[in-house]
Design a protein around this ligand. Structure first.
Ligand SMILES: [Zn+2]
Length: 227
C-alpha cells in the first residue's frame, strides 16, 4: 500500500504526487533469498502508485522468462523458488503456459538450447524498458523518461572480447544485472545501453533524443543463453 508522503515526482510518468512508493529499478523478484544479506544496495526510485502497480504482472513473467533461459547459480535459485510457489498459486498454470509459448528448444552440439521470442513478448520488453528508465533516473540523466523514447532488443551473448573495454561497467550484483551505457552516440540518440541479466541474457537499449525517432536496428538473430 502506498503511504501519503511529501509530494514527489514519479520517476517514470513525471506526475507529482503524494501517493508514491519506492520502486525497485531492477525487479526485486530477480534477487534470490541467498542475496538478502548482500552489501550491494538495491536501487530504488520514487514511483507513483499507478506506474508501480502497472508492472506487477509483467515482472513475474519477466522473472520466469529470464530464469528459464539463464543458467547461472542465482537464476537457478530464483527459478527453483518461483516454481515452488507457482504450483500453489491460482494463476500458476497461466504463468507456466506464458513461458512455454515464448520459448523454443534448439538442439546445439548435442545439448538443448533455448531461444526466446522477445519481439512478440511485450511483457518482457516493457520490463527491460522500465529498467532502463529507472537507471536513467538513478544516473540523473532524466527526471522521468517516457516509455516511448526507449527501444530495446534481445541480443546475443557473450559479446566479442574487448567490446566494452572503454566503457565503465555498472552492476547491482554482477550475477543478476550488469550494464553499460554511453551518451550521445549518434545525432538521434541520447544514449545506448547494454543490460546483461544473470550473466547470460543480454539486451541492447536505445534512448532516442526525441519521441518521434525510432531506431533502425541492425539485423540480429534471436538469441538467448544456454542452460
Ligand atoms: Zn508514474
Amino acid at each position: 500500500m502506498a503511504k501519503k508522503r511529501k509530494p514527489t515526482l514519479c520517476s517514470y510518468c513525471g506526475e507529482v504526487t503524494s501517493d508514491w512508493n519506492r520502486e525497485h529499478v531492477i525487479p526485486a523478484q530477480l534477487y534470490p533469498l541467498s542475496k538478502s544479506k548482500s552489501k550491494v544496495q538495491r536501487l530504488v526510485v520514487p514511483s507513483c502508485r499507478r506506474c508501480n502497480s502497472s508492472w506487477q504482472d509483467d515482472e513475474v513473467h519477466f522473472r520466469n522468462m529470464m530464469t528459464f533461459i539463464a543458467s547461472n547459480p542465482v537464476s537457478k535459485e530464483v527459478w527453483a523458488t518461483a516454481m515452488r510457489h507457482l504450483g500453489n498459486q491460482p494463476d500458476g498454470l497461466r504463468r507456466s503456459l506464458e513461458v512455454l509459448q515464448r520459448i523454443e528448444p534448439v538442439e546445439k552440439d548435442g545439448t538443448t538450447d533455448y531461444i526466446i521470442d522477445t519481439e512478440g513478448d511485450e511483457k518482457v520488453m516493457r520490463v527491460v524498458r522500465k529498467v532502463i528508465r529507472g537507471l536513467c533516473h538513478h544516473h540523473r540523466l532524466f527526471c522521468a523518461l517516457p516509455d516511448q523514447r526507449v527501444h530495446a532488443k534481445l541480443t546475443e551473448y557473450p559479446f566479442p572480447a574487448g567490446m566494452y573495454d572503454d566503457l565503465t561497467g555498472h552492476h547491482r550484483e554482477r550475477d543478476i544485472l550488469e550494464y553499460w551505457f554511453e551518451l550521445d552516440q549518434f545525432e538521434e540518440a541520447h544514449s545506448v545501453w547494454t543490460l546483461v541479466f544473470f550473466g547470460s541474457v543480454a539486451f541492447l537499449g536505445y534512448v532516442s533524443a526525441t519521441e518521434e525517432f525510432s531506431p533502425a536496428w541492425p539485423h540480429m538473430r534471436k538469441g538467448g543463453g544456454g542452460r
